[in-house]
Design a binder for this molecule. Sequence first.
Ligand code: 3HC
Length: 289
Amino acid sequence: MGFGKVGVVGLGTMGAGIAEVLARGGVETVGVEINDAALERGRSGIEGSTTRAVTRGKLTEEARDQILGRITFSTDFGALADCDLVIEAVPELIALKAKVFAQLDEVCRPDAVLATNTSSLSVTEIAAATSRPESIVGVHFFNPAPVMKLVEVIHSERSRPEFVAAVTELVGDLGKVPVTIGDRAGFVANRLLFGLLGPAAQLAETGVAKEDIDASLKAIGLPMGPLTLMDLIGLDTCLEVLEAVHADSGSPRHEPAGILRKLVDEGSVGRKSGGGFYTYDRAGSGTVV
Ligand code: 3HC
């Protein structure tokens, strides 16, 4: 089973990155957003990312144009009607995901595979919003999607094994490293990674300087310090993942620090808002001021 045409619902940080990965891999891609403004943000994110690659000499202008030419953009779910696979990447709210999957259930072909990029919710619970839970799988990309190799492919209690195998094969064909696992809070990577990120935020709360926390772990080989990484992921997402994993593991390592809740309450959710543990020169930038 091949996936000639793939839809992506939600073109925020993750969805835009996933659409870019698909188009770079030669897949005809349909990006769907809720309104014109969100669609335009997604489109310009993908254009910006691929144009940066041209500037860095990693991509020719011709190759960039071909990649962009493989993506069509729409605010109409009907544009997903002939997709072989649709990947949902909307915010981590179960009610919203359920609504999106109910809509996909209506418009998508009966033989289409429907995937969720959830990082913290139960794939089995999301699948229950459809009349075809056996068609739902998890496909969990990491941020930034065009760079990170790992993609977790999650089978729920009901996923059809051949659908899981087909998505795993696609992920490999896209140049990523698929790891196929069962449906549990945090899957594997977030469960382990947030066992590090949770205590980093707890340490910051006790007054340890954020620069020292980050410098320590960078100096032992992580590509970025844990608080910088949380700002990159988005503190709202970090809080959601920690809450979900903590509810399941009960480990104090996964207990969300008060400082994390406070920053999220204030709307300081990391790079995308211009501030989180650090302050950035503008929303979306990685330059600390
Ligand atoms: N989109 C596309 N490409 C990007 C990018 C982005 N947002 N950010 C960086 N890149 C590319 C650059 O273009 C560059 O490509 P090149 O080597 O082909 O020229 C390459 O990545 C390296 O980028 P930089 O030189 O600008 O910067 P760094 O070397 O510092 O790398 C980083 C940046 C790749 C983000 C690196 O610091 C890193 O790997 N950090 C850790 C990220 C991580 O752990 N992510 C997982 C988070 S957990 C998660 O997402 C799960 C979720 O459920 C919460």
